[in-house]
Write a protein that binds this ligand. Structure first.
Ligand SMILES: [Fe+2]
Length: 258
C-alpha cells in the first residue's frame, strides 16, 4: 500500500486537476498503481494562488464524498505545497498554510528556482523550534540545489526532509533531475518519493516505476519501498521519520551503469 504526499488532485484550486471528473480519473490511476492514500497539496501562499485552509478542507470533503459514492477506495488527506516565504509559523497558526494532513507537524515546502531569500535558514530554524518540519518538494528539480549539493546536506542536518518526484527518477523530467535524484538516493538524502501529479494525462499519479528504479539505485529494495510507505505514513501521522545515515553510495557509479 503506497502513500503519495504531493498531488494536485483537488479540482480548480491551482494548475492541477481542472475538474472533478479529472480528479476522479487521477484517483482511479492512483488506485491502479497501488496508491491508497493521497495528500491533496494545492499551491498556496504563492503569487498566483492563496488557498487558505478552509477552502482546502471544503474541497477535500467534496472529493472524499464523491470517491465514496463511486466506490473508489482512495483516502484523501488535506495539505498544501507552500512557496518558501517569511513568517511561516505565524501563517500556519493563522490557517493561511495547511500542514500535511493538518497535524501541524510537516509542511510541504517549495524553494524558489532562482535565488533563495537571505533569511531562509532562520525561517526554517524558527519552524523546527516549534516542532514543524519542512518536507522540501522536489529538490532534484531545483537549479540551485543541483549546483550546490551541500545545501541539501545542510538542510537535512537542520531537520528538513527531502521529497523526490517519481517522474524525475524515471527520467521524464530531464537528465539533470534524474541524475540529481540518483545522487540523493545513493547518498540516502531522500526521504519520500511522491508523484507531484497535476493531471490524468502528462503528470499522472504513478509511483511504482520510480520505486523499482530507486531500489536499484539504493541497492536496497526495502529502503526504496519505505520512501512510499513507512516514511510518508509517519509524515501524515505527524510522527518522526526514520532517517538513514547520509553517506557515501553503497556502490559508486550507478549513473554510468544505468
Ligand atoms: Fe507540486
Amino acid at each position: 500500500m503506497m502513500i503519495d504526499i504531493h498531488c494536485h488532485i483537488l479540482p480548480g484550486l491551482d494548475d492541477g486537476s481542472s475538474s472533478l471528473k479529472q480528479s476522479l480519473e487521477m484517483a482511479k490511476q492512483a488506485i491502479g498503481d497501488g496508491i491508497r492514500v493521497v495528500a491533496a497539496t494545492p499551491h498556496t501562499v504563492s503569487s498566483a494562488y492563496s488557498n487558505p485552509i478552509g477552502e482546502i478542507r471544503r474541497q477535500v470533503a467534496i472529493l472524499r464524498e464523491t470517491l465514496e459514492d463511486m466506490n473508489i477506495p482512495l483516502e484523501i488527506c488535506p495539505g498544501s505545497e507552500v512557496r518558501l516565504c517569511s513568517r511561516m509559523a505565524e501563517r500556519i497558526l493563522k490557517g493561511e498554510i495547511t500542514t500535511l494532513n493538518d497535524t501541524g507537524r510537516y509542511i510541504l515546502m517549495e524553494f524558489p528556482d532562482h535565488g533563495f531569500p537571505d533569511d531562509y535558514e532562520e525561517e526554517i530554524f524558527h519552524l523546527t523550534l516549534r516542532g514543524i518540519f519542512p518536507v522540501i518538494a522536489h529538490p532534484e528539480r531545483n537549479f540551485i540545489f543541483q549546483e550546490q549539493k551541500e545545501l541539501v546536506h545542510k538542510l537535512v542536518n537542520a531537520g528538513c526532509l527531502m521529497q523526490l518526484t517519481a517522474m524525475s527518477i524515471t527520467g521524464d523530467m530531464g537528465e539533470d533531475a534524474a541524475n540529481f535524484s540518483y545522487y540523493l538516493l545513493e547518498h540516502r538524502l531522500a526521504h519520500v518519493i511522491a508523484t507531484d501529479a497535476h493531471s490524468d494525462k502528462h503528470r499522472k499519479p504513478i509511483l511504482s516505476k520510480a520505486v523499482e528504479i530507486a531500489g536499484f539505485v539504493m541497492q536496497d529494495r526495502q529502503a526504496a519501498q519505505d520512501l512510499v510507505t513507512l516514511n510518508p505514513q509517519a509524515i501524515l501521522s505527524g510522527c518522526p521519520v526514520k532517517r538513514l545515515e547520509p553517506g557515501k553510495p553503497k556502490k559508486s557509479g550507478f549513473i554510468h551503469r544505468w
